[in-house]
Design a protein around this ligand. Structure first.
Ligand code: ATP
Ligand code: MG
Length: 614
């Protein structure tokens, strides 16, 4: 792929038989939905706090169902290690979250103050998220496998006032930091069992004493609700601020991109330590009144197929890294599981290789709908819309209410602005920086304490995403790469995604990460790091075969010149390939911020818990 204009579509589009989908008839037509939908209309689908007291995410997600016919419906169904389940109904969740808000109130944790969590995916985490909203405080989830330093950094940056955690995590990661965290007044242990550690509180005991009902604190749409740290793929993680109005976008995109209905059994595999796990693991599904599955354990191919089958999952939202893992595990694992309930599969977080979309159709009987968004956008922006055809390899089209564009970049990679307006790419299949017109409800309202960094994200009337993409003649967007990952070789601009996807079409390749390495003649040449599928062994011959295969597909200017085999591509804990780290290691440069790294370097000790924070 070059910066030229050759079409990106190489895989046939997947046209869907709408009859087999339970799609709301007024949303089948993408163009009509785009023309008709406004965010104000999205707001009308919500209830608002009773008595005109504003908008609160927790009320939209829980209490409005609990107050009506949804009270007895399962809101959250947790799957334990042994496969057994335990649930909270909407009514129970309403009561528990009232109690949690009461606990915060009794401790004097106030409006806008930050409540952090560092715990696995159990009921207390979900109760804490929603109970914090009810108290008008701000929730900030941390991934439980973070080590002490990333935890300290984030608690300090966010001035955490309260922290919900477990005894083991407290002992291991927090106790020694207490002296360095003067703002942290209250540590609430979920498993204190009547005997909290010194300097901590017994959350269960406090919950028992707190009132089961009570008014949700009045909150306005622009009040801060969530602080979410980015994945840290390109550098130091940033704390993105989100407000209560975000629920407008979560609800609407739950309709457009995930086709959620109240009778769905929905499973989002992301950990709430990452934005997907809150926006689409808590808020969007509950705002639709669905039953949301939460796996309390870490990822495992057999376990995941079992959950899909045994829980009767109808809508599944996962990530490319997980799908590639299932693909790598082979078809045997899927055999014998009845996946007939599954009617919709979606993916986010990284480019989704077309190979995986097509494989999904065989493995699940459903193609995978890729969609694109960021911590900063708070919700899905571009998606293979629920009711229209899928283009494998494409992120899809902007959702109703979202205005996207590609901004022309100059030779230094800077957006071109003329008379205060960004210059936009108009020709099809031409690369530019993906940009969004500000104004959608889940847009981040700042990076905490980094005003200048926030300001730099906007230029010429647009929010600049830092990602490069192309758009085809029909308006589908095709991801090229992160601005920083794009390789410049002999005058070509090469996006790692297309090279990685081509490599994955080779039968031996399970996963690939591609970087540019300096070359005196070409500027940079492409180097690939390849993980093999089970049953294949690395050899010089196989490396040449894979390179030859890629050359046939991509041409010699774009195909990798160099190839190394690896058994562990470095990834963030949210499952993204860390190309910057591959490059730093290759060039012997400092590794930079690695607080969110999942895969350890070859001779390091393994992380203390496996992460599936997708
Ligand atoms: P940081 O901003 O700290 O470097 P990050 O960008 O990985 O980390 P997230 O906000 O979790 O943090 O991820 C958003 C990014 O993930 C997007 O900007 C894009 O690069 C990538 N991404 C997400 N979904 C897709 C997708 N469907 N296709 C391609 N890339 C995607
Ligand atoms: Mg980012």
């Amino acid at each position: 792929m070059t910066a030229g204009t050759e079409p990106s579509i190489r895989w046939p589009a997947i046209t869907k038989d709408i009859g087999s989908f339970r799609i709301r008839p007024n949303l089948v037509d993408y163009d009509a939905a785009c023309a008709a939908f406004t965010w104000d209309e999205g707001r009308r689908a919500l209830s608002g706090l009773p008595g005109g007291r504003g908008l609160n995410i927790a009320y939209e997600a829980v209490d409005r169902h609990a107050a009506g016919s949804g009270a007895g419906r399962e809101a959250l169904r947790f799957v334990r290690a042994d496969g057994s389940t335990h649930s909270l109904s909407y009514a129970e969740l309403a009561e528990q979250t009232n109690r949690f808000a009461g606990v915060l109130r009794s401790l004097g944790v106030g409006r806008g103050e930050r409540v952090f969590s560092l715990t696995g995916r159990g009921p207390d985490l979900y109760i804490a998220v929603l109970g914090t909203f009810k108290n008008a405080s701000v929730f900030c989830p941390l991934f439980s496998a973070f080590g002490p330093e990333p935890v300290r950094q984030r608690l300090t940056l966010g001035s955490g006032r309260a922290l919900v955690t477990t005894r083991a995590l407290y002992r291991k990661k927090i106790a020694q930091l207490r002296g360095q965290l003067p703002d942290l007044r209250h540590v609430l242990l979920i498993d204190a069992d009547g005997d909290p550690e010194p300097g901590t509180l017994d959350l269960a005991a406090l919950m028992r004493e707190a009132p089961p009902d009570g008014d949700i604190a009045a909150t306005q749409p622009e009040d801060m609700a969530l602080l979410h740290f980015t994945s840290g793929t390109t550098g130091t993680p940033k704390g993105a601020i989100h407000v209560h109005d975000a629920v407008t976008a979560h609800h609407a995109t739950g309709t457009f991109a995930l086709d959620l209905h109240p009778d769905d059994v929905y499973w989002c595999t992301a950990d709430p330590g990452w934005v997907t796990g809150t926006s689409y693991g808590v808020i969007a599904p509950l705002s639709h009144g669905v039953t949301a599955i939460v796996d309390e354990e870490e990822m495992d191919a057999d376990r995941w197929y079992r959950i899909l089958a045994e829980q009767g999952v109808t809508v599944w939202y996962t990530a490319p890294t997980a799908l590639r893992m299932l693909m790598k595990a082979g078809a045997d694992h899927a055999a014998g599981h009845d996946l007939s309930a599954l009617r919709f599969v979606a993916s986010v977080g990284e480019p989704l290789n077309p190979e995986v979309v097509v494989w999904g159709q065989e493995a699940f009987g459903q193609p995978v709908h890729d969609n694109w968004w960021q911590t900063e956008t708070g919700g899905i922006m571009i998606s293979n819309y629920a009711a229209t055809e899928i283009r494998p390899g494409s992120m899809g089209r902007p959702l109703p209410g979202v205005e996207a564009a590609l901004v022309v970049r100059d030779a230094d990679g800077k957006p071109v602005i003329r008379d205060g307006e960004a210059v936009l790419v108009t020709a099809p299949d031409t690369m530019g920086e993906l940009a969004l017109r500000p104004g959608w409800p889940s847009m981040f309202r700042g990076y905490l304490h980094e005003e200048e960094r926030y300001r730099r994200c906007f230029a010429g009337g647009w929010y600049l995403t830092g990602d490069l993409a192309k758009r085809d003649a029909d308006g589908y967007y095709w991801f090229v790469g992160r601005g920083d990952d794009v390789i410049k070789s002999s005058g070509h601009l090469i996006g790692p995604f297309e090279v990685e996807s081509s490599l994955m079409e080779h039968p031996a390749v399970a996963e690939a990460g591609v970087i540019g390495v300096p070359d005196p003649v070409a500027g940079e040449v492409v180097k690939a790091f390849v993980e093999l599928r089970s049953g294949w062994e690395p050899s010089g011959e196989l490396a040449l075969d894979i390179i030859g295969f890629a050359r046939k597909r991509l041409g010699p200017a774009v195909a990798p010149r160099l190839l190394d085999f690896t058994t562990a591509l470095p990834k963030t804990r949210s499952g993204k390939i860390l190309r910057r780290l591959l490059k730093a290691r290759e060039l012997g440069l400092p590794e930079g911020d690695t607080s969110t790294i999942e895969t350890p370097p070859p001779n390091a000790t393994p992380p203390d818990a496996a992460g599936t924070g997708l």
